[in-house]
Design a protein. Sequence first.
Length: 307
Amino acid sequence: MNVPAGRWKYVATRLAKEALLRVPGAAGWNASRHGHRTGNMFDPTEVYSLFDGHVKRLQSVRESVQGWTGLELGPGNSLAQSVLWSLLGAEKIFAVDVQRYATAESSPGVYQAIVAGIEDEIGKRDWPDPLGSAGRQVRESEIFGGGLEFPTLGSRIEYRVTDGRTLPLEDQSVDFTYSISVLEHVRDIPGTYLEMARVMKPGGAGSHLIDLRDHHHPEPLDFLRYPTGLWDRMTGSSAGWTNRLRASDHLRAIKEAGLTVVSYEPVKTDQIPPRSELHEQFRKLSDDDLATTGMILVLGKTPGGPA
Ligand SMILES: C[S@@+](CC[C@H](N)C(=O)[O-])C[C@H]1O[C@@H](n2cnc3c(N)ncnc32)[C@H](O)[C@@H]1O
């Protein structure tokens, strides 16, 4: 086994965890735990803050989402972002994940908290508010007619499951897309951007946060030390598996899918292992690519883009 020097103990620990996950039933348990434990959608303050980022980024393309249909890729344990878009005037949101992680139990209290705080947040953060308070009351009773524990699914918010390869949506059926810490987990990135381009309407936009760090090790780029076969054996059964693609891989796939990059802000680290310690497939990365551990992206589909 091609284990980098000084990494035996860590590799052995990861391989042992992976072996446990291959026990029947354990991978499903880990996946549901992952859905429950990752992300920040338990905490209303974080929910608002992440939502604020999406609002400001999408405003660079269009002032408000009133009447727009959205796609949330990978909502994980909570549909809070979808609820907020709906309360701010989106016509409909499709929340698409590989499993229905979000349940009434998976993010307790979150919907009550965001509904209770939304009027203040709109004022404080200066969000566009096409519905106004009265319209929002109506919208709230549509979404939460069954109680604030969980949104009623089907009319304003639809929850759909993907096989991870295709998006279960019609061609040109959504105006905007968004995701938080999802695209680093997707197995087929070129295919996923192609699917995004297929389902987006011309003139549509997307706001995506991609976390390019190692999700298992405290060093953000530790995972670039391992050959692919070993990396997959170390993490392949874990719901937190990441594809290890770099910023340039995403930008290339976006372009090849026919989408445009409206804006791109890289997040950088200075904790970079010496190139000699990286696996050879990562040694030739540019300095910029190596230092980039996050992407804040606004994507567009120009009217002349893919049909
Ligand atoms: C780290 S969690 C983030 C969840 C949520 N966005 C948040 O910030 O709390 C990653 C999510 O992406 C989902 N995911 C992974 N591959 C996917 C795919 N191909 N299509 C849609 N969702 C996917 C996972 O199931 C999981 O819910």
